[in-house]
Design a binder for this molecule. Structure first.
Ligand code: IPD
Ligand code: CA
Length: 268
């Protein structure tokens, strides 16, 4: 099986690089944007990138795919794909967006690849084999910087803004700094390489989270059990941090993540 995991890892890197280049190239000719909600958008590039990735997976391995734009069903071997994570940043011309690919085998995240083409950052993780950024091993911060911990706090309309504000208050009361940059996948990748000390979001979908979760774990970090309670299909609370902060983030969020909202259900 290791051979086939190695093959899938190499494939994931290759496809992520090509998918990122496609999205970068399409930015110049961006067609009118479709709004899924007031803060959730889809561009032609999101669709084109997901189609490219789906076609490549079908031709090479025939594995199942779950993607943000076209849905899909879970299977023993399944790729979980966000063609562009941080679509709002992509539309606005920032560099903070990425392609995120995860390969899940028998319920375990085995491979995670995140590529941010606008600043050419390639994050790769394989379960039990560590995590890298542009080929160099990465590690979570361990709070070695000695400054206030920085937590990226993600939000979407799937959970009430009031719950997000309560969490913000708790973080600042605890002496934490906070950020929100608009890509859950990159937020996790930045925990993995120590630029942030943690990432929290009260509900996020699997395509935003799985590759980054593996990166954090393989970089020595702590994460919650995102795939519990059918997180693959319905999304879940997402917590990831340098190990010293895991319990504190879990305590701050345990009464908030079930707050009334509109969890997304997968098509298909
Ligand atoms: C969103 C981003 C955002 C997170 C949301 C996601 P999209 O994905 O990852 O940071 O807070 O939960 O839906 O719409 O940019 O692909
Ligand atoms: Ca996304």
């Amino acid at each position: 099986m290791m051979d086939s995991l190695d093959a899938r890892r190499g494939f994931a890197v290759d496809v992520a690089l090509r998918a990122g280049a496609l999205a970068l190239g399409m930015h110049r000719t961006l067609a009118p944007i479709e709004a899924k909600s007031a803060i959730d958008f889809c561009t032609e590039a999101d669709r084109a990138v997901e189609q490219l990735v789906r076609q490549e997976i079908a031709e090479r391995f025939g594995d199942a795919v779950i993607g943000e734009e076209y849905g899909g069903k879970a299977a023993n071997r399944v790729w979980v794909v966000d063609p562009i994570d941080g679509t709002a940043g992509y539309i606005h011309g920032t560099k903070r967006w990425c392609v995120s690919l995860a390969y899940v085998w028998r319920g375990e995240i085995e491979i995670g690849v995140i590529y941010a083409p606008a600043d050419d950052r390639l994050f790769v993780a394989q379960r039990g084999r560590g995590a890298t950024l542009n080929g160099r091993p990465i590690q979570v911060s361990g709070l070695r910087h000695g400054a206030a911990p920085v937590i990226e706090l993600g939000w979407s309309e799937r959970r009430p803004l009031s719950a997000y504000c309560t969490l913000l208050q708790r973080l600042t009361d605890a002496g934490f700094e906070f950020r929100r940059h608009g890509s859950g996948a990159l937020g996790l990748a930045e925990v993995a390489c120590g630029l942030n000390d943690g990432y929290a979001e009260l509900h996020i979908n699997a395509w935003d989270a799985l590759a980054g979760l593996l990166l954090v774990r393989e970089a020595g970090g702590w994460t919650n059990d995102f795939l519990a309670d059918d997180g693959l299909r319905h999304g879940n609370l997402l917590l990831a941090a340098t190990p010293a902060l895991g319990d504190r983030l879990a305590a701050m969020t345990q009464d908030l993540h079930q707050a009334a909202g509109q969890p997304a259900a997968l098509a298909g």
